[in-house]
Design a protein around this ligand. Structure first.
Ligand SMILES: Cc1cc2nc3c(=O)[nH]c(=O)nc-3n(C[C@H](O)[C@H](O)[C@H](O)COP(=O)(O)O)c2cc1C
Length: 301
């Protein structure tokens, strides 16, 4: 089940996605971190962020919408309060998700994390649809994205994975500028910009008005985008969007992903990431696949 993502060896290709797995420590009693490949922290910013007002999560057909607005404790509190505990948890591979409103913000978060032991990789969030600036603004403009990746890579002492927004016409182009800027891997997709209206009150069902759609409803679009990124760049891909079963993970790998991430599924079943990792191994055995990495890009398209 071993795969190598941006030079980091993982015991399984199945990773818990950012914003759906807290800071990892919350899952200590729920699942075994050594049974999954890694987990990605909630987005970490320079200063603590309170996030958006409630309601900020709703259920939709085959998915959910969220506008959390990157509520987080800030990078310094994460290093002081969560990392020491994570370092005692068996098999924990920590990918730190980095967020900033400006390039300087992101660089500062990376500098802070560089000196903290116990982080394997960075995931640069260039794709959050739920903040008024930063995030998706970087991820939908090729020049801004290139500069963000270039400066972040220069600052990073660890491998840098860049998380792309699906809210673009040409995702291959966004992957290419990330790769040109020095990204070691690409992760995709973040959530799709969406809107839901309460027909009785005529008001949006999420206080932020718009939110990000995730879950099984987005899966075929995400698989298509992984395929396009695979054709556009040579660096490895972590694919996600609506994975709830091991078979979904296989589909993303066939489209070109080296690893996969699982987000929304953890809201329905907090053990989902571990179950998918376990079932993926069984699936490979039952299909006579000796190494899961053989699936990557094996679709006949
Ligand atoms: C409640 C919630 C919070 C999220 N927070 C973050 C975040 O802080 N940073 C980030 O890069 N992605 C965040 N995401 C996006 C997920 O990591 C993932 O890219 C997306 O939900 C698609 O995968 P899924 O369909 O398996 O959930 C969040 C998603 C949800 C549902």
């Amino acid at each position: 089940m071993r795969v190598t993502l941006a030079g980091v060896e993982l015991a399984s290709p199945v990773i818990a996605a950012s914003g759906t797995f807290g800071y990892g420590v919350e899952f200590e009693e729920i699942l075994s971190l050594d049974k999954i490949g890694a987990f990605v922290t909630k987005g970490l910013s320079r200063e603590p962020m309170a996030g958006n007002p409630a309601p900020r999560i709703i259920e939709t057909p085959a998915g959910m919408m969220n506008a959390i607005g990157l509520q987080n404790m800030g990078v310094q509190a994460f290093i002081a309060e969560k990392l020491p505990k994570l370092r005692t948890m068996k098999g924990a591979v920590v990918i730190a998700n980095v967020f900033g409103y400006t390039i300087e913000d992101c660089v500062e978060v990376i500098h802070a994390l560089n000196d903290a032991p116990g982080v394997a990789m960075y995931e640069l969030n260039a794709s959050c649809p739920n903040t008024s600036h930063g995030g998706m603004v970087f991820g939908t403009d090729p020049d801004s994205l290139y500069n963000l990746v270039l400066h972040s890579k220069k600052a990073a002492k660890r491998p840098l994975m860049v998380k792309l927004s699906p809210n673009v016409t040409d995702i291959g182009l966004m992957a290419r500028v990330s790769s040109d800027g020095g990204a070691d891997a690409i992760s995709l997709v973040n959530t799709f910009l969406s809107l839901s209206i309460d027909i009785e009150t005529h008001r949006p069902r999420i206080a932020n008005v718009t939110g990000g759609l995730s879950g099984p409803a987005i899966r075929p679009i995400a698989v298509r985008m992984v395929h396009e990124v695979r054709r556009a760049v040579r660096i490895p891909i972590a694919g996600m969007g609506g994975i709830v079963r091991a078979e979904d993970a296989v589909e993303f790998m066939l489209a070109g992903a080296t690893a996969v991430q699982v987000g929304t599924a953890s809201y329905a079943d907090p053990r989902a990431v571990e179950n998918i990792a376990t079932n993926l191994k069984k699936w490979c055995t039952s299909h006579n696949i000796p190494r899961v990495s053989e699936l990557t890009g094996a679709a006949i398209l």
